[in-house]
Design a protein around this ligand. Structure first.
Ligand SMILES: [Zn+2]
Ligand SMILES: [Zn+2]
Length: 139
């Protein structure tokens, strides 16, 4: 058993712990969180990062929000993911403020004890009800 519960699905699990650090950096806000994750939740995060963002070593010329395509790409998204006994992988991307307060927040930062999402302080953020609806929609 891992020493800590997975911070995404909220229960203990067998097998080694993975961890991930996510950062949203906007014009006037910043949010950093560390997650201890079980393998399925870790893989889900990697899948989301792969679909929307890029390994940081790639030189990508960002032109729009990579999640919804809006021309606002004022929020920088950083992630560092550590698979079991593997070197960390750094990720980078850009998104708009709406996605930072919505889909990206829900997909990367949601936790089992998720209600304080509203306290994340992301500008243009959603209410807890909107966030839990968005979370349900992603299931
Ligand atoms: Zn989990
Ligand atoms: Zn967007």
């Amino acid at each position: 058993m891992a020493q800590y519960p997975c911070e995404r699905h909220g229960a203990r699990y067998t097998g080694p712990q993975r961890s991930a650090y996510f950062t949203l950096l906007g014009r006037d806000f910043e949010r950093r969180e560390r997650f201890r994750l079980c393998q399925p939740c870790f893989n889900e995060s990697i899948e989301y990062l792969n679909d929307h963002f890029h390994p940081a070593e790639l030189d990508v010329d960002f032109k729009r929000c990579e999640t919804c395509g809006a021309s606002d790409m004022s929020v920088a998204v950083f992630a560092n993911t550590y698979d079991h006994k593997a070197d960390g992988v750094a990720w980078y991307g850009r998104c708009c403020e709406d996605c930072a307060g919505g889909e990206v927040l829900v997909s990367l930062f949601s936790r089992q004890e998720a209600l304080p999402l509203a306290q994340f302080g992301v500008q243009g953020g959603k209410t807890p009800v909107e966030i839990s609806k968005a979370t349900d929609a992603l299931k």
